[in-house]
Unconditional design. Structure first.
Length: 92
């Protein structure tokens, strides 16, 4: 991942053991929880039973900046919308 990638949420493709999965990725702070920065990849509509040893991420498109949500439930709802937008972008 390039070091100059801005913070935010992205549509991306995750590649695990040669298989590509539509995904969304959050990079940056997590103000809803007051936590330190993180980078999280969410595989859309798949369950990965065992975390992979390596993961390659191809960033496709910026979706939105970092936002603070009033609750974990509100954040969860936005994550569903982020995944829907990422799916639409990746299907095009």
């Amino acid at each position: 991942m390039p070091h100059d990638l801005q913070d935010g949420v992205f549509a991306c493709r995750a590649i695990i053991d040669g298989k590509t999965f539509p995904s969304s990725m959050h990079k940056g702070s997590r103000p809803t929880f007051g936590d330190t920065p993180s980078c999280e990849v969410h595989i859309i509509d798949e369950v990965i039973a065992t975390p992979p040893e390596t993961l390659k991420v191809e960033v496709v498109q910026f979706l939105r900046g970092i936002l603070k949500f009033p609750s974990a439930e509100a954040l969860s709802g936005q994550m569903l919308e982020d995944n829907r937008m990422a799916s639409d972008i990746l299907a095009a």
